[in-house]
Design a protein around this ligand. Structure first.
Ligand code: SAM
Length: 285
């Protein structure tokens, strides 16, 4: 029996006296096809990879990852799922479950202790309530992972994969493009989960850059410029980056923009990562 079989998944939950918890963003996958495709996308079938899974739930995706890859370490916040996982993963010797919060995990230590020299990728059906902060945390580990394959809300996936000048483009798009190239893989309808979420999901793969695609003098300043640029949407960049908390007046910022070849009234949402890097090098925020 497979955990993607809805009656079997229900029977396992009933046996352990649990039900999906909204507060932990629990929507469990019940589609064999979707689970297989996510597991395949995580490492393109490279069996020597190590995998970190965030939120194994009742172990559905974890089983598939363990069948395809060398070792799987899964971090689960909900302690009531630990006995379920001990049960559903009892036949898998290459899986380790860690009880904890992925928002507090030190991934560098985890990789060093659990994977040694192995190349490591992340794979997860992410809980929706922490999608963006988890993604940024994973990407900020600076090349620790080969790739990060996650299922997230379609709306967030569209934002991550969007281009400058579109309605979806935002600070998270520009910031994440510093760390990875983002590939949208497929959409998943609510019917593939129990309980069904309210929105459509998408699987994306983030291919982590070995070195950043742009050079800049001060990374922290680059992210300050990006955050500032989108803090007040539909305002000009000089308006967004000036103001009470800024070191610079609007006129000073306009002068810098013009000296770099931009219009004084350029808007942040039309600029790409290389533009932000150029501006960051000329403007300390
Ligand atoms: N992987 C399973 C599947 O696909 O059926 C479950 C996915 S469910 C959308 C999200 C999982 O993440 C749940 O098991 C939930 O308890 C767990 N979770 C939520 N917040 C977490 C956190 N901060 N750290 C680790 N796991 C978390």
């Amino acid at each position: 029996m497979k955990l993607t079989d809805i009656s079997y998944a229900r029977a396992v939950m009933e046996k352990h006296g649990i039900s999906p918890q909204k507060r932990f963003g629990q929507n469990f996958l019940i589609s064999e096809n979707v689970v297989s495709r996510i597991a395949d996308a995580a490492g393109s079938g490279e069996s020597e990879l190590g995998i970190i899974e965030i939120g194994p739930g009742i172990g559905t995706l974890t089983q598939k990852l363990a069948e395809r890859y060398r070792k799987v370490v899964a971090i689960e916040i909900d302690t009531s799922l630990l006995p379920v996982l001990a049960d559903t993963l009892s036949d898998y010797e290459n899986v380790k479950i860690i009880s904890g919060d992925a928002m507090k995990t030190d991934f560098e230590i985890l990789v060093r202790e659990e994977f040694g020299d192995m190349r490591v990728a992340v794979c997860a059906n992410l809980p929706y309530y922490i999608t963006s902060p988890v993604i940024m945390r994973l990407l900020e580990t600076n090349g620790l992972f080969e790739s990060v394959t996650v299922m997230i809300q379609k709306e967030v996936a569209d934002r991550l994969a969007s281009k400058p000048g579109t309605a979806e483009y935002g600070a998270i798009t520009a910031s994440s493009s510093y760390y990875a190239e983002i590939e949208k893989i497929f959409n998943v309808s609510p019917a593939n989960f129990i309980p069904p979420p309210k929105v459509t999901s998408s699987v994306i793969r983030m291919n982590v850059h070995k070195t950043p695609p742009v050079s800049c003098k001060n990374e922290e300043n680059l992210f300050r410029v990006i955050r500032g640029a989108f803090a007040k949407r539909r305002k000009t960049l000089s308006n967004s980056l000036s103001g009470e908390t800024s070191k610079h007046t609007k006129a000073e910022i306009e002068a810098v923009l013009v000296s770099l070849g931009y219009r004084a009234d350029v808007r942040g949402e039309t600029l790409g990562l290389s533009d932000f890097a150029k501006i960051s090098d000329a403007l300390e925020l």
